[in-house]
Design a protein around this ligand. Sequence first.
Ligand code: IMP
Ligand code: MG
Length: 180
Amino acid sequence: MIKDVEKILLSEKFIEAKVSEMAEKISRDYEGKNLLLLGILKGSVVFMGDLMKHLTIPTQIDFMRVSSYGGGTVSSGRVNIILDIFRGDLDTCDVLVVEDIIDSGKTLSYLVQYLKNKGAKSVKTCTMLDKPSRREVDFTPDYVGAEIPDEFVVGYGLDYDENYRALPYIGVLKREVYEK
Ligand code: IMP
Ligand code: MG
């Protein structure tokens, strides 16, 4: 464990088991459909890479990039699209949005509406982590890896100011790192 991490919340082993369990369920639910995994950059990359390897059905992948955090640990609440999805066949795609974490719920609820408006055949959501106690809009993700308490976490794709994404576990960041 690195010095900036106070404790490991989810171990590499736990994550691995959870992700293959999620992939199994998604493979069952999307059998015969036209699955498009839509990763939200950058936080979802590690989770998405693991998840897609464990799927037993065909899938295509795509990415969007949005920002709601203006840096730091507090969400600005406004969702900006930085990289959009451009596909002529979106109306044939069963889109599964893949996120690292759902916090206020604003990013995912905005994206689901956005993709429906854009004409996607269906839109569901999958997140590695959920902090239900932080919800500001009414939103329930379809697939959740783990519910966690209201603590700022890093690793497995999740960052603080662009750092710590490559840690193989999910850990609680020491307060002194961001309360300087
Ligand atoms: P929401 O729109 O408030 O649900 O925010 C979701 C986004 O906030 C995620 O994609 C993350 O980038 C970021 N986020 C929320 N909580 C954490 C955390 O504990 N660690 C790192 N990023 C977080
Ligand atoms: Mg982030």
